[in-house]
Design a protein around this ligand. Structure first.
Ligand SMILES: [Zn+2]
Length: 83
C-alpha cells in the first residue's frame, strides 16, 4: 500500500495540527541489549520487520503489533504515517 497522501494540509480551525510522516522518516528505537537507540526509517521497519542496532549490531524483530502500537502512539502525538 503506497498511496500518495497530501503532505501539506490546510490549517484547520480547531487548532489541531496533524503531521503526515513519510516512510522515510527516521524513528529512534531503543535497543534492549546496549540501551542505545538507533534511528530506523519507517519504510525499513515495515518492509523487513527487523532492524539492526547500529551500536551493538544486535538484530531486533519488529512485529506488526509493535508497528501498530507505534503508529497509535505517534497518532496520539499528532503524527500520522501512511504505512
Ligand atoms: Zn544495541
Amino acid at each position: 500500500m503506497s498511496q500518495p497522501l497530501p503532505v501539506e494540509e490546510p490549517m484547520t480551525s480547531t487548532g489541531d495540527i496533524s503531521v503526515i510522516l513519510s516512510g522515510k522518516v527516521m524513528i529512534p528505537l531503543h535497543c534492549d541489549d546496549c540501551t542505545e537507540s538507533t534511528d530506523i526509517c519507517l519504510e525499513t521497519l515495515k518492509k523487513h520487520g527487523t532492524y539492526v542496532c547500529e551500536h551493538c549490531a544486535s538484530v531486533h524483530s519488529f512485529s506488526d503489533t509493535e508497528l501498530k502500537l507505534m503508529r497509535m502512539m505517534l497518532g496520539q502525538a499528532g503524527y500520522h504515517f501512511a504505512l
